[in-house]
Write a protein that binds this ligand. Sequence first.
Ligand code: PLP
Length: 495
Amino acid sequence: MLYKSTRGKEKKIYSSDAIVKGLAEDGGLYVPVEIPVIDQPFNELKDKNYLEIAYEVMSKFFDDFDKNSLLECVESAYDHKFDKKEIVDIKEINDAYFLELYHGPTIAFKDMALSILPHLLKTACKKLNFNKEVVILTATSGDTGKAALEGFADVEGTKIIVFYPKDGVSDIQERQMTTQEGKNTFVVSIDGNFDDAQRGVKEIFSDENMNKILEENNYVFSSANSINIGRLVPQIVYYVYSYLQLLKNEEIKDGEKINVVVPTGNFGNILAAYYAKQMGIPIDQLICASNENNVLCDFFNTGVYDRKRDFKVTNSPSMDILVSSNLERLLYEISGKNENAVNELMEKLSTEGEYRITDEMKNNMKDFHADFATEKETQEVINKVYKESEYLMDTHTAVAYSVYKKYKEETKDNTKTIIVSTASPFKFTRSVIESIGKKCESMDDFELMKELSIMSKVDIPNAVTDLDKREILHNNVCSKDEMKDVIKELLGVRK
Ligand SMILES: *Cc1c(COP(=O)(O)O)cnc(C)c1O
């Protein structure tokens, strides 16, 4: 199994190289040359647990990993850090199945991939006899940083440094990060906003002098962002697993098609569903749900990707994005694996801020349906489902459910459908409670969690209980000009 860049200017490499490199040097993303298919009958697979399915799927993509190493990665990732033994949960509510991907250490779906990426990276480095220590550098507006900290904490051969904007994250997010355990974890708040943090990190990645100092000290920088193939492949697993669970529970017949609705930002999660479909999972419609930053929705409906528009801050902030990086991998597939076409489109996006795909390409993405939900629709659907079924969903999941309702209304399609639930309502407590129409200005985030627990009859997740009582372990603060010095000091390479 080999990987190549979507922009085609590099030679084909093994998965371990692709995981260590992250992004291809020609600026493209690594894609499998051939998407593997599931060749065992579903009836034989349906009794396997999450870890077994994870191994089955990942061993097809990462076939240069030896069996025991890959099993070890899977077992180290999906363990007691998740508060469900089954790792994910599927709940039938109203007319849909909610696939809850938020039972991990940070109560959001990024845990599904970020708990295994560090182990894959460590194993890949060993395999390549790469004896440098990997320093993960991340700027975060809250969610990814914490999920990466949890994933990398105490993983041998790695260190992780996370920068966050001092006044740009919620109280809970800040607490989650500053109480992070692990000898190899470092958390630094900066005086500035998220863009300052992100720009600083980007500069450091390409700073020759910094890279030289690191090299002399046997370190190398890497990132944990969502374009790494080691983050994408673990996301295919839960689509395979949930199909098999529905089959096992006799909700569907063997081979029966289902639809999936995915609340989408950077296009990683729904791309994983597309890959699951290519592998042979009977998925009919891939329904792409956007919030008011509806670039993708317009793209699927018109064939034009246009990022030249205002950025909106919504109540589903993890989907507030105007350039969805992983879409490049879909462009590669729908162009018939045509690198030249991908290069041209990406060039247009960076110079003109928009591109148009050919009719033939548009034809090749017929299995996608796309729509968006407004702020108001998102709140309404949270309230409605709570009133009807006492089930509370977070704002991101609500975007998906709202789009699903509109799709059904429009098409009368009654295919059984999975709604991908990407965050716990306890993660976006204030927006969720406000949607139910409760006044909560005077309550702090911790009081709100207690209120939500009573309303939903669900215990506060382990990940956030007693958060206000945990010891603060990180209190580094710096200005945006001091980021390099802080890194040198933390790594003990000061000169
Ligand atoms: C990251 C995120 C998304 C978007 O996922 P993509 O893979 O970037 O499309 C949706 N919901 C939540 C809660 C997220 O954290």
